[in-house]
Design a protein around this ligand. Structure first.
Ligand code: BES
Ligand code: MN
Ligand code: ZN
Length: 483
């Protein structure tokens, strides 16, 4: 699908999408549409209420297909994107090869959202189906999407929506890849290829280097897998950068729970346990692609948490890059172990103004916030506020939870510096965050995002759940707001 832009709508356009908001003017808007296309206003008003995702199609006397698309009252950007995505995804076979979207009545930011959503609507999750269906005309090479707006920034906004969608779809593939097609090396290769393409540096610490540099927590988690653990270090620096932001993403390519094995019912979903890594990859790639004025350091500890005779065990006391010792109570609390090494590697080797880590870290966060928001933890109110504001804008919701020191008492170990699990089935997302805090070396600006509930979701695009690329838009907007 190619995307073009025009300042005015071609009166001959074959198919036209008219996005409609449920405002007080709805009736008047519909009256004008009815008049322009010579259809019955009363019927139109009866049939179309502009509810979110509502679609009303009619044909004009010139055989033009007009599609009214409802957006509800006050959609945030995520909802706008989602509605365009759903339209393309669900109606692809019913649409001609050329579609025009009239955004002349809407704020210019809709240009980015419409192009992003429409492109995401072309995503095909059927990675491993043997029967390949022909693409719908609109989604094929000949497919054309025309965005109509008289904004002077149209080109830039369109490009941003498109660049974002392209990266997000790469990330979908990475998230949706099953355990037997994904290992730490797969993540390494992804980062190397992306760094090569968009000109940012990627360094990899392989097992020998992890040993010599004592990333012992990462090594411990990965020791039961046939795939060696790796640490991926990425750096993108714009000459205009004034701030350095460190990003750390959990890259567990499959989480069986290890010896503290998970129950089988939903274990297959644990192929998505590299959602934090995916967000970091996507955000760095997009920042480099859009040449954003920022300096980023991205760290991804990558490993597989497997069950094996060589696996680490509950009761093990392991070392860590920070030098602190950790008593392993539960091998399923592996994310915090590899993040501990990722975080201390970041603060010991780079001078960063702020740290944001992202991880599919706890089931507890899902119990707390469900699938609609990620947990936000921060030792810095300003940083937390900037992130919250950006989250409200992008619709990638964050909700702040506390980091009070009383919660840390549950992590004290009799024989080591700290233990990885309280042993109590309560406040799990908070104690996990308290554990991470031990490894940031008192850095004054740190935020942890628990994306367990938001990284892998269900939707009309994939009822059995699929990668959402959660965090990429959030981080990219954050880079612009954090000064
Ligand atoms: N990867 C899981 C968390 C998770 C659960 C992500 C469900 C997405 C969906 C994490 O490694 C984990 O197993 N956490 C445990 C920690 C517990 C053993 C302290 C959990 O949340 O149950
Ligand atoms: Mn786990
Ligand atoms: Zn995990």
């Amino acid at each position: 699908m190619k995307i073009y832009h025009f300042r005015t709508l071609n009166p001959e356009a074959k198919a036209i999408v008219l996005p409609i908001l449920q405002t007080e003017n709805l009736s008047e808007d519909l009256r004008q549409i009815a008049e322009k296309y010579e259809i019955n206003f009363a019927f139109l008003q009866q049939d179309f209420k502009a509810d979110p995702k509502e679609v009303q199609t009619f044909y004009t006397s010139k055989n033009q297909k007009i599609i009214l698309l409802g957006f509800g009252k006050k959609p945030d950007s995520s909802e706008v994107i989602r509605i365009f995505r759903t339209l393309i995804h669900q109606y692809q076979t019913k649409l001609p090869n050329e579609l025009s979207i009239d955004l002349t009545q809407l704020p210019e930011s809709w240009i980015e959202w419409a192009s992003n959503g429409c492109l995401l609507g072309t995503y095909n999750i059927k990675l491993y189906k043997t029967e390949t269906k022909a693409k719908a005309p609109l989604l094929s090479e000949e497919g054309v999407l025309n965005i109509i707006s008289d904004s002077d920034s149209i080109e830039k906004l369109l490009e941003k929506g498109k660049a974002t969608a392209e990266t997000q779809m790469q990330i979908f593939d990475l998230m949706n890849a099953p355990a037997n097609k994904k290992s730490p090396l797969t993540l390494v290769k992804w980062a190397l290829a992306s760094g090569e393409k968009y000109k940012y540096s990627v360094n990899v610490l392989e097992k020998q280097q992890l040993k010599s540099q004592k990333l012992e927590a990462l090594l411990a988690v990965g020791q039961g897998s046939e795939h060696a653990p790796m640490l991926i270090v990425m750096e993108y620096r714009s000459p205009q950068a004034t701030k350095t932001i460190g990003l750390v993403g959990k890259g567990v390519t499959f989480d069986t729970g290890g010896i503290s094995i998970k129950s089988s019912s939903n274990m297959h979903l644990m192929k998505s346990d590299m959602g934090g890594a995916a967000a970091v990859f996507g955000a760095i790639e997009l920042a480099a692609k859009l040449e954003l004025p920022v300096h980023l350091v991205g760290i991804v500890p990558a490993c597989e948490n497997s069950v094996d005779g060589k696996s680490f065990k509950p009761s093990d006391v392991i070392g860590s890059y920070s030098g602190k010792t950790i008593e392993v109570i539960d091998t399923d609390a592996e994310g915090r172990l590899i993040l501990a090494d990722g975080l201390s590697y970041l603060v010991k080797n780079f001078k960063v103004d702020a740290i944001v880590d992202l991880a599919t870290l706890t089931g507890s966060c899902i119990s707390t916030l469900g699938y609609h928001a990620a947990g936000l933890f921060s030792n810095n109110d300003t940083l937390a506020q900037v992130l919250s504001e950006v989250a409200d804008q992008t619709g990638e919701r964050l909700w702040r939870l506390p980091l009070w020191d009383v919660y840390k008492e549950d992590l004290s170990s009799d024989i080591a510096d700290v233990r990885n699990y309280s042993g109590k089935p309560m406040a799990g997302a908070i104690t996990a965050a308290k554990f991470l805090e031990v490894f940031i070396e008192n850095h004054p600006q740190w935020a942890h995002l628990d994306i367990a509930g938001t990284a892998f979701g269900d939707a009309e695009f994939a009822p059995q759940r699929a990668g959402t690329a959660f965090g990429i838009r959030l981080l990219v907007e954050f880079f612009g707001k954090y000064h």
